[in-house]
Design a protein around this ligand. Sequence first.
Ligand code: ZN
Length: 63
Amino acid sequence: MTEQPLTCHACDVEIEGEPAGRGMLLFLRGDEVLREEPPLCERCALAISMTALDRIFFEEEEG
Ligand SMILES: [Zn+2]
């Protein structure tokens, strides 16, 4: 069994060690729900959480 390098699901960069975060994808396939948790590199995991935070703060500060 060969070790395949993990790559970031978002930017396709190779991940060294453990992925910093994982996204969550849900697929509906007929009656079946498939769940995937693609690995994300540190930058993308951070960017995604920052984007979520940004949205919260933006909505609060607007007006
Ligand atoms: Zn990435």
